[in-house]
Structure formats: C-alpha cells, structure tokens
Design a protein around this ligand. Structure first.
Ligand code: 2NM
Length: 352
C-alpha cells in the first residue's frame, strides 16, 4: 500500500507539472481527489488494512492528500502568475516609439476662392448677406421680375421641394434657390439705400454633371444702390475686383447680355491667362483670347418697385459669378466635378 501511495503521488505530481491552465489543474484534482479519485479511493481501501497498521497507513494517506492539495494550490498560483505575465507582455507600451502625427487639414479650394472674393469686397465697403438655401418663389423669382412663364421656373431648370416647408412668416419655401438674389431682395426690403452688399452662398440648378456643370455650386452676387449710381460705377468696381483677384495684367471686356432683373445687362470677360489674350493654340479660352467670368447689369426699376424703393430717385448695379468657375481658372483645373468628389489627392494640392 505504501508503494501504491508513493506511485499515485508521483504520478499526480508529474501530471500537475505539465498542466498548462486552470482546466487541466481542475481535471487532475477530480482525477485524484474527486468522488471516484484514485487518492481519495485509498481511504476506502483502509478496511483491508490490518487494524494495527491503520493509524500509520491513515496518516500516510492523509499526508499524501495534503501534499497533493498543496501542490494543486501551488500550480494554480504559478499558472495565474504566468497568465498575468502574458497579459502584461501584451499590454506593454514602448514609450520610445514615435507618436502618431495628426495630418493638418486646410480649407476647401472653393472656400479659399470664396474667402478671397468676399475679402476683396469687404475692403471696397460691401456688407456680407446671409440667407436660406431653401427659398420662397417670390424671393427667388417674382420680385426679380422673372414671370411665371419664364423658362427658369420650369421643373427642368429649378429643383422644387417635394413638400413645401412652412416658415415662421407663414409663406412656404418651395424650392432650392437658383441664385443668391433672394438675400438681396430681403435686405432691400429691410434697409433703405444706400446699399453695398455681397451675397455669397450655395445655389442649386437642375443640371447634369459634366466638365463645367454641377447641380450645386457656389455663387457670389453683389448689389450697389444709391443716388446717381451709374454703369461707369459698375465697370469701375468690377475692374478693380477682377484685377485684385486675377492680377494686374488682365484686360476686361463688356458684352451686351440679358437678365430679367437688369437693364442694360452685360457679361464680363477677362483676357485669358493661359495665352495672354492672344488665343494662339489655346485650349483654355478656345482660341478666343477671352474667358467669360461674370454677369452684371443696372438693376431694373421693377425690382426697386418690388422692394419699395423709389425707382425714380435710386439707381443701382448688380452682378453675379460662380466661385467654382473662378477656382477652375485660378488654378487651371480642367473638371469642375473634382471639387466635389473629395479625393484627397486632388484637395491636398491646395494648401493653406
Ligand atoms: C447676376 C447678373 C446680373 C443680380 C441682381 C440682383 C438683385 F437682387 F439686386 F436684383 N442680385 N444679383 C444679378 C444681376 C445677378 O448674376 C449673373
């Protein structure tokens, strides 16, 4: 029996020494000390031991069990210590590694061009207007003298809301503004002349995407109203503005045009920066030497009447231009869609 005790104990010891986790320790405990365990089974065999040897044998069995229990505890401790060590190893921080740097962002090229333009006009004494992108029919069309049967009002050209949005004033906003003129109309309704106003913002038109069109683009409109404001003031202001924006070398050209809310109206071209205005083999200006940059005109008296201004006393000029177009020309970008694809390889070429 003594041999049996010794061999069970060394067998149990060997098993524990290879146990890799808590489950294996527990399996060994059950195997040797469980209900049907081989060490605990020794107690049941005591009946076969002669009575005189029983106390001695009993003590040997008890000692063996106690040794095994101590070994179990020791093994559990060393397994959990090993697990902790592994956790610490995993969580170890190398404080000497270089930190993760944050990449510095910058303003979108269209925002940069817009800020440049607003800044130039701020220096010329223009206020900046703000207003809603969803607009009422009367502010986008009616008060600008764009009649109900005008093609601009067609579903083909204007984006209408599926459900009109009720405003506090009670008038429903029904469309996405096609220009920023609504802000200027509102301003004139609330302020008497003189007016020197710049109205920048996003505008929407029902256009399909191509090299020069996106259904949303950014516009800046300007408005000057006062006594004796003339076409010469219009030309002078735009001349100063465009030369500030594109450089002193540029020539300007006024071409007669038509807008429902100005009379007379003019489109303004600047000489092409790519060919110096010669047009020779130039793809930028399609060999004309000129690039169309903005629309303008003297505000129609009907617009003044619509906002409650005395059309006999006051005159004014207005103009509008697309910022993306300015950005295209300024940086020689060939496709307007690039501005709205948010491809960083494109955007990162416009630092600051
Ligand atoms: C343009 C061309 C010509 C314009 C007119 C007005 C308003 F509200 F005062 F009547 N704002 N902007 C205007 C005039 C805009 O864009 C090509």
């Amino acid at each position: 029996m003594i041999e049996q005790i010794d061999s069970l104990l060394s067998q149990a010891r060997a098993e524990l020494s290879t146990a890799a986790d808590e489950q294996q320790v527990e399996a060994a405990r059950v195997k040797y000390l469980g209900k049907h365990g081989s060490l605990s089974g020794l107690r049941k065999g005591m009946g076969a031991v002669p009575a005189a040897d029983r106390p001695k044998m009993g003590k040997l069995v008890t000692d063996a069990i106690a040794q095994f229990e101590a070994l179990l505890e020791e093994t559990r401790k060393s397994i959990s210590a090993r697990a902790l060590q592994a956790d610490l190893q995993r969580e170890k921080l190398d404080v000497t590694l270089p930190g993760r740097t944050h990449r510095r962002g910058h303003r979108h090229p269209v925002s940069q061009a817009l800020d440049d333009i607003v800044e130039i006009f701020a220096r010329l004494g223009f206020h900046k207007a703000d207003g809603p992108e969803i607009e009422w029919d009367i502010y986008n069309f009616e008060k600008l003298g764009i009649p109900a049967d005008h093609p601009a009002r067609d579903m083909q050209d204007t984006l209408y809301l599926e459900a009109p949005v009720r405003s506090l004033a009670g008038t429903p906003a029904t469309l996405l503004r096609t220009h920023t003129s609504g802000m200027q109309i509102r301003y004139m309704e609330q302020h008497p002349p003189p007016v020197r106003l710049i109205a920048p913002g996003r505008v929407y038109r029902r256009d399909n995407l191509d090299l020069t069109h996106t259904p949303m683009f950014t516009q800046v409109e300007g408005l000057v109203v006062g006594e004796g404001v003339s076409l010469a003031d219009l030309k002078g202001t735009l001349f100063v503005f465009l030369r500030e924006l594109f450089g002193e070398a540029r020539e300007l050209r006024f071409r007669p045009s038509f807008f429902p809310y100005t009379e007379p109206s003019a489109e303004v071209d600047i000489s092409c920066g790519a060919c110096g205005g010669t047009g020779r083999d130039c793809g930028m200006c399609k060999r004309t030497g000129w690039i169309e940059i903005l629309g303008s005109g003297m505000v129609h008296p009907a617009v003044f009447q619509a906002v409650g201004y005395d059309a006999d006393r006051y005159t004014g000029f207005a103009f509008g231009l697309g910022i993306e177009r300015v950005a295209l020309l300024k940086w020689g970008v060939e496709d307007i869609r690039l501005f709205y694809e948010n491809d960083l390889r494109f955007l990162e070429q416009f630092p600051l």
